[in-house]
Design a protein around this ligand. Structure first.
Ligand SMILES: CC(C)(COP(=O)(O)OP(=O)(O)OC[C@H]1O[C@@H](n2cnc3c(N)ncnc32)[C@H](O)[C@@H]1OP(=O)(O)O)[C@@H](O)C(=O)NCCC(=O)NCCS
Length: 431
C-alpha cells in the first residue's frame, strides 16, 4: 500500500485549532469560514510553511452556508495563500475533518500532491434557518408576478403556519431519530449505566482541564480575537468544567428520554463552534524542507451500520479493519482517541471492541480487545472540549499525534462515529 512506503509516507507535521466555544457564546459572531481561516493561517504561521509550496486544502463541514457552500475554497482564498491552491469541501457528518485528512493523504500517497492542509470548521451558532415550503412558494410566486395584484395574491396564500421557520435537526433523515435518542437506545441495548456515563464525562472534563492548565491542550489552540472590537481574545475552550463532580452530573435530568433515560447535558457533547486543521506532507518532502514529522498515517478505514440499529457503533467495525491494514493489534496501540459524541456511545463502542459478535460482523474471528482506560482520551474529549462537527476529526488527530510524541509511544488509534451509521478509524505511527 503506497501509504506505507518508506520515504513516501504521509507525514502529519502539526495541527492547530481555534478554541472551541459552546454555540451561541463567545464565537457566535464568527462564521465557519472565518473560524477556518483563523485555524489555517495560524497553522501556516506556526509551521513557517512557504504558502507557495501548498498544493491543496481539503476542509469538512456538516451544515454549510448556503451562500458559500465550498468552505474549503473560501478558506483557501485568504490573502495568505496563492489563488492556485486547489480546494474542496467534504461532508461525512462528525467525521468530516477525517474525510478531509484522508482525502488529502490519498492525494499525497498517489503522488498528486506533496503538501496539503486538511481540517474542518463548524459554526452551530450560524446554522441556516429556512423558510417553510408554503412561505418559499409564495416568495417564488411573488417574484414572478407581473402586476401588483398578482404579487398581493401570492402573499395572500400564506397561512400562519407558513411563518414557522425550519432549522436543521440533528436527526437521521431516514429514521427521524435524533442523535440523543440513538445514544439512549445504545445505552439500553449495551447495558450502559448512568453512573458509567457520568464517570466518563467527569474523566473527560478532568483530563481536558489538566491539559488546559499545564498547557498541553492550550498549545494546540490559536487565540481568536473577538469581534466587533477585536480588543480581547479567546484562548481556551469554554465548555471544560474544572469544578464538575459526580454528584452534580448525577443530579442532571435526562434530556432525550425524560422518564427512563440516562443521557443528560452533562454526559453528551455540547453544540459547539470551532475549526481545526493539520498540515500533511510527503515524508521525503517534509525532511527536505527541514520539517520533523510528528507522526505518519499508517492506515485508516471507514465502515457503516444500519442507522436504525445502533447509529454510532460503526467505529467498532472500522477499528479492526484499520488495525489489520496497519499490521497491528490493539495490544500494540499506545494511545486511543475516541470521539465522544455521548458517553453512552463511547462506552458502547468500547463494549463492541470486546465483543466477538461485533468482531465477526467486521470479518474477524477474535474480538478487537479491551481498551486500557488510562490510554483513552488522555487530554479529554468532545464532551468536555466540545464538538464542532466538521472540525472534531482534526482536533482528535492533533491531540493524538502530540500526546503520542510527548509520551513516547509508537502507535495511536483514533475513532470517530458519525451520523448515517458511519464510522472511522485511523492508526498513526510516531515519527
Ligand atoms: C444535551 C443538550 C440538549 C444539552 O443542551 P443544553 O440544555 O443547552 O445544555 P446546557 O449546557 O445548558 O446544560 C444544561 C444544564 O446542565 C448543566 N450541566 C451541563 N453539564 C454539566 C456538568 N458537567 N456539570 C454540572 N452541570 C452541568 C448546565 O449548567 C445547565 O444547568 P442550568 O440549566 O442550571 O444552567 C445539547 O448539548 C445537545 O443537543 N447535545 C448533543 C449534541 C449532538 O447530538 N451532537 C451530535 C453528536 S455526534
Amino acid at each position: 500500500m503506497p501509504i506505507h512506503e518508506p520515504g513516501r509516507r504521509v507525514a502529519i507535521i502539526a495541527g492547530v485549532r481555534t478554541p472551541f466555544a459552546k454555540a451561541g457564546t463567545t464565537l457566535k459572531a464568527l462564521s465557519a469560514i472565518e473560524l477556518g481561516k483563523i485555524a489555517v493561517s495560524e497553522l501556516v504561521h506556526r509551521t513557517d510553511l512557504d504558502p507557495a509550496s501548498l498544493d491543496l486544502l481539503a476542509f469538512g463541514t456538516v451544515i454549510p452556508s448556503v451562500l458559500a457552500p465550498n468552505i474549503a475554497r473560501e478558506v483557501a482564498l485568504m490573502p495568505l495563500l496563492p489563488k492556485r491552491v486547489d480546494a474542496w469541501s467534504v461532508s461525512r457528518a462528525c467525521a468530516s475533518a477525517n474525510q478531509a485528512i484522508t482525502d488529502a493523504a490519498d492525494q499525497i500517497a498517489l503522488g498528486h500532491a506533496q503538501v496539503a492542509i486538511a481540517g474542518g470548521a463548524e459554526s452551530l451558532s450560524n446554522v441556516p434557518i429556512l423558510h417553510s415550503r408554503g412561505f418559499s412558494d409564495a416568495l417564488v410566486a411573488a417574484s414572478k408576478a407581473k402586476t401588483l395584484a398578482q404579487r398581493v395574491q401570492a402573499f395572500g396564500r400564506i397561512r400562519a403556519k407558513d411563518f414557522v421557520p425550519t432549522t436543521p435537526a440533528i436527526a437521521e433523515p431516514t429514521t427521524g431519530e435524533t442523535m440523543g435518542q440513538s445514544a439512549e437506545k445504545m445505552a439500553k441495548l449495551n447495558g450502559i449505566t448512568r453512573e458509567e456515563q457520568d464517570a466518563l464525562a467527569l474523566a473527560s472534563h478532568r483530563n481536558a482541564h489538566a491539559g488546559t492548565v499545564d498547557g498541553r491542550l492550550t498549545a494546540e489552540i490559536a487565540p481568536v480575537m473577538l469581534p466587533p472590537k477585536y480588543e480581547s481574545a479567546m484562548t481556551t475552550d469554554n465548555g471544560i468544567r474544572s469544578d464538575t463532580t459526580l454528584e452534580q452530573l448525577a443530579a442532571l435530568k435526562p434530556v432525550f428520554d425524560r422518564r427512563y433515560g440516562t443521557v443528560t447535558a452533562g454526559n453528551a457533547s455540547p453544540l459547539t463552534d470551532g475549526a481545526a486543521a493539520v498540515l500533511l506532507m510527503r515524508e521525503d518532502v517534509a525532511r527536505a524542507q527541514g520539517y520533523t514529522p510528528k507522526a505518519f498515517i499508517r492506515s485508516y478505514a471507514y465502515a457503516a451500520v444500519d442507522p436504525g440499529e445502533q447509529l454510532l457503533q460503526a467505529p467498532v467495525l472500522a477499528a479492526p479493519m484499520a488495525l489489520k491494514r496497519a499490521g497491528l493489534t490493539l495490544k500494540e496501540i499506545d494511545l486511543v482517541e475516541m470521539h465522544e459524541a455521548f458517553a453512552a456511545q463511547v462506552l458502547s463502542n468500547l463494549r463492541g471492541f470486546e465483543s466477538k459478535e461485533w468482531a465477526a460482523r467486521a470479518g474477524f474471528s477474535t474480538a478487537t480487545g479491551a481498551v486500557d482506560r488510562d490510554r483513552l482520551n488522555v487530554m479529554g474529549g468532545s464532551i468536555a472540549t466540545g464538538h464542532p462537527f466538521g472540525a472534531t476529526g482534526a482536533r482528535v488527530t492533533t491531540t493524538l499525534v502530540n500526546e503520542l510524541a510527548r509520551r513516547g509511544g509508537q502507535f495511536g488509534l483514533m475513532t470517530v462515529c458519525a451520523a448515517g451509521g458511519l464510522g472511522f478509524a485511523m492508526v498513526v505511527e510516531r515519527a
